[in-house]
Design a protein around this ligand. Sequence first.
Ligand code: MTE
Ligand code: MO
Length: 386
Amino acid sequence: DLFQYDPERVNANETFFIRSQRPFNAETKPNLLVSSFLTSVENFYVRNHMHVPVVNINEFKLEIRNEKSSRSLSYDDLVDKYKSHTITSAVQCAGNRRAAMNNEHQGAALGTQWYVGAIGNARWTGVKLRDLLESFGLDKEGKHVQFWGLDCDTSQRCYGASIPMEKALSEDVLLAYEMNGELLSSDHGYPLRVIVPGTIGARSVKWVNRIIVSDKEADSHWQMSDYKILPPSIKEPQQADFDRVPALQESNVQSAICSPSSDEDGNKIKVLSVKPNDKDKRLTVKGYALGGGGRAIQNVQISLDHGKTWFQAELEQLAQPHMRAWSWTLWTYHINASDIPSKPFDIVCRAMDTHGNTQPDTPLGIWNVRGVMNNAWHKITLQIDD
Ligand code: MTE
Ligand code: MO
């Protein structure tokens, strides 16, 4: 039983919408996402493609190699010999918001049916990948850096992914051993994981124990035949010529409404009944936004008339260096009671980054059969209780 070392997940049903148990896939309930700027370890979504591997830290070795040479480091070597670096970064699955990509015209978006919670924001501490590559003289030795995890299936195929060397040598790509100041939990990659900020979650390989510098991308399923935007004519992934489509790397501009929300499975919510906050008869709306690729969020806008007119939300964000805005932005907007229709009505949100990139109004124009990179305006439907 490969899953025998999966951790016990206390209160998982209160925290998450659980999409599958084996492997464990669970997204954070929306109201919890906006309850704090940093997502706690307990509340952070989990996306596992296989079981959680068990690691004996005294035997753990990180192998670093190219075609010519191979070296390895113990966990203590890594932690003691290299300078530590901390960043605040969101991690978002490229499949976040996939459920909203299913439509009657183009068909199903295949994969885990995530609502808006396959994202979290944390402080990550570790070693710069650049420092490691430079110390082994591997920084000029290949076009890609591959990461391989300890989670392998019965035929010894392990989770793996790669990023371009240029990204690997950039300031903030980490081999992280801490999340929010604690050692990594087993679901989030103990003892070591990659954090590739600004990039889809799939490249932030957990339980990493092999780093390979190569002129080739990782030949894993997840690099080659998944996490790609297939053309809309492809209705079944089996028909696809994956070699002609590039592997996704950078995230795109994203935002979602997280409060009000319901405890019911987010995907099925049609109308939410809410009471305006009593005192001043306002309705407070909250959510997150993320620029992707290190681009900062410039604004988040709310519309009550499907995008004819917009209101500007207040932003909570970190001061981050130019093109290194890895953290998410949280936002708040108070709707005045006088602006709230009495019948059920929709609220939509959309964000714009500092480059003017913004979100498409519907998923129709970005539909793809694997349902990745859905960043259409997020909409919730509300009914005000009297
Ligand atoms: N790394 C390994 N070894 N195995 C995995 O299944 N899933 C990837 C990535 N790294 C995965 C992995 C995907 S698709 C995502 S979105 C993120 O981890 C999720 O990270 P989290 O579970 O810490 O939120
Ligand atoms: Mo993912």
